[in-house]
Design a protein around this ligand. Structure first.
Ligand code: PLP
Length: 624
């Protein structure tokens, strides 16, 4: 458990049992209820559901929503704040119907609302929302159709608020609202001077692509005043960026936004809501620092700092306290899903044969490699490392010119890896490990071939080097003796994971167990509920994985409440405009030609076509 830091990043939801299995603690660390993940995997396999599987634990989503609201409630009560907290979930973070349904369901006791950024998201939100008090915030570019849909939602009783991202949206909203006879609720997204740090820092700051400058906001106020519509201006919004690791950035931004809010009240706008957007970070690496994969604050601290900043600013002006909205996506859903996958194969750097005596007549660079291999010691480790690289490259060049035979080249490779392994064993005794030697562990690492696609299931690991906690889900009372990187099955050189969480930020190899002959070895990538599902793509035509939702009861029993089959090969082919029916027709006539030319019998044609039909209906991943 310590090796993988599970208690640091698991937020009480994940731990290791005395049998060495990862277990889910759906009610947090304060409860004894735990469900073993290997047991869940066995249950899935018995039901005929193959890995990879995205496992969703319903209770965790419920718990995350409650914790967020309860933390704000606590801060509000402690500080004597007069407004309320109104959380909303930004659909872009996970638009899956099941996720929205569960958020709408679990969130209803807190009036947890939704944030949308497009027409499709608005329609999806309305289809799931049943709470007329919860906020439905419309961000994003809005054409007339988007505006009409939002106004219709208002007419149906939803608490819909249009946030202006662009100045020209105001006149469209006002004129459509007039035509439909609705008084719209309007918000403005402000470009603050404050900026966050981290992967998504560009979303904030004065030069951010979205939102209105202060002078554009003043124009909105003047326009609304001239039309006697200042009562429609209800909300101030900003979004600093997602995954803000440093609490200082959050405080600076909320202070600045509270000042802008107060000025809008002073201008005569109705106001009532301050919406801080997303940014509440997830501690993926469990380091509790301001590294990009972490956060240096607790949820309670986040809530207190926000409530305090808003309250102090408004109290100084004697103004009423607004309702506070946050659009927390990542922190709400990340913990709720884990990707479970099996290892298909392992490739290791083998010990090549090296003769004890140097053969006669070797080309010069290989002689030098032999010498480096023989003389390697702590004293000359850097020199031997440099020689290994230099003479290996030299030998490769000579091979291309035909001056080195294939056998000699093989000997060169064996010597090279022999030296590198020796350097790896010695380097940790050096006072300072030279930068270029840091890569050695990765070069020598085993490659564990995993049954999933990075591009489909962990796109941020590929696109922006985001770290996710990844670890075996069983055998944890055995010390892992191998160091590995993970390669997916896309055969793409980017389809790998070679950065892993570590208390020092990140590490390049993951400790794994050797594969026992024929036994399954299962790994989990945790905290993947945010962003990964809808950003994933169909690289190499690997599709959506199977998804299974588990609900755990307080007595420890559980049920698989929903099972969503992953894409079939036929569905994937349809995405890229093939017609499976046409494919089968073509295959039938190709197989008939093979019968006519005598290559196969009619009975063989039948079984070949059956195999293709089955293939089209099958899972896109490796099926055992
Ligand atoms: N609100 C807006 C406007 C966003 O663009 C985003 C995502 O970047 C979010 C909320 C969600 O942010 P987070 O996932 O950090 O909570």
């Amino acid at each position: 458990a310590e090796l993988y830091g599970i208690r640091n990043w698991g937020a009480g939801y994940f731990d290791v049992t005395s049998d060495g299995d990862v277990a889910v603690h759906p009610f947090g660390s304060g409860s004894n209820v735990a469900v073993s993940i290997p047991e869940l995997i066995r249950g899935l396999k018995e039901r005929g559901l193959d890995l990879p599987v995205l496992l969703r634990i319903e209770n965790i989503l419920d718990s995350q929503i409650s914790t967020l609201h309860e933390s704000f409630r606590k801060a509000i009560a402690n500080l004597g704040f007069k407004g309320e907290y109104r959380g909303i979930f930004p659909i872009k973070v996970n638009q899956q119907q099941q996720v929205l349904e569960e958020i709408a369901n679990f969130g209803s006791r807190y009036h947890h609302g939704l944030e949308v950024g497009s027409k499709a998201e608005l329609i999806a939100a309305i289809s799931q929302m049943r709470d007329y008090e919860a906020c439905l915030v419309c961000n994003g570019y809005k054409d007339e159709e988007f505006i009409d849909l939002g106004l219709h939602a208002m007419r149906m009783g939803f608490n819909c608020i249009f946030v202006l991202e662009m100045p020209w949206e105001l006149s469209s909203i006002l004129s459509r609202a007039e035509q439909l006879g609705v008084d719209p609720q309007i918000g403005v997204r402000v470009k603050l001077a404050a900026k966050g740090s981290g992967h998504w820092a560009e979303s904030g700051g004065e030069r951010s692509s979205f939102g209105l400058s202060l002078s554009q906001i003043m124009d909105v106020v003047d326009t609304l005043r001239s039309m006697d519509k200042l009562h429609c201006l209800k909300l101030l919004h900003y979004h600093l960026g997602s995954q803000i690791p440093n609490i200082r950035d959050i405080r600076t931004a909320v202070q600045e936004a509270s000042r802008v809010y107060a000025e809008l009240v002073a201008e005569g706008a109705a106001m009532g809501y301050i919406d801080l957007g997303g940014g509440l970070a997830v501690d993926y690496d469990g380091s509790h620092t301001n590294y990009v994969s972490s956060r240096n604050y607790t949820l309670d601290e986040y809530c207190t700092d926000i409530v305090e900043a808003v309250m102090t600013t408004l109290d100084a002006r004697g103004m009423p306290h607004p309702h506070i909205i946050t659009e927390s996506g990542r922190a709400t859903v990340a913990y709720y899903s884990a990707l479970l996958f099996n290892i298909l194969d392992v490739s290791t750097v083998e010990d090549g044969r090296i003769p004890s005596e140097m053969p006669a007549d070797l080309p010069e660079p290989i002689k030098n490699l032999f010498e480096a291999h023989r003389s390697l010691s702590l004293r000359n480790v850097q020199e031997c490392y440099n020689d290994a690289l230099y003479y290996r490259d030299e030998t490769r060049r000579m091979f291309l010119d035909g001056r080195v035979s294939l056998r000699e080249r093989t000997l060169c490779d064996n010597l090279f890896w022999g030296i590198i392994k020796g350097v790896a064993a010695l380097k940790d005794q050096l006072k300072h490990i030279p930068k270029d030697m840091e890569e050695i562990d990765v070069a020598l690492a085993d490659i564990y071939y995993a049954n999933f696609s990075v591009f489909q299931s962990l796109p941020d690991a590929w696109a922006i080097d985001q770290l996710f906690p990844i670890m075996p889900v069983h055998r944890l009372n055995e010390l892992p003796s191998r160091q590995a990187i993970i390669s997916d099955i896309t055969c793409d050189s980017d389809g790998k994971i070679d950065q892993f969480i570590d208390p020092q930020g990140k590490k390049r190899v993951l400790d794994l167990h050797p594969m026992n002959n024929g036994d399954d070895y299962y790994l989990g990538a945790f905290l993947v509920g945010a962003y990964q599902e809808t950003l994933g793509d169909l690289h190499n035509l690997f599709g959506d994985t199977n998804v299974v939702s588990v609900r755990v009861y307080p007595d420890g029993s559980y049920e698989f409440v929903r099972e969503i089959q992953g894409d079939t090969v036929a569905e994937l082919l349809e995405y890229v405009e093939y017609e499976p029916r046409r494919i089968m027709e073509d295959l039938r006539s190709l197989a008939e030609q093979a019968v006519r030319s005598g290559r196969i019998s009619p009975a063989e044609r039948f079984s070949i076509l059956q195999a293709f039909e089955l293939g089209l209906r099958g899972y896109t991943y490796f099926e055992s």
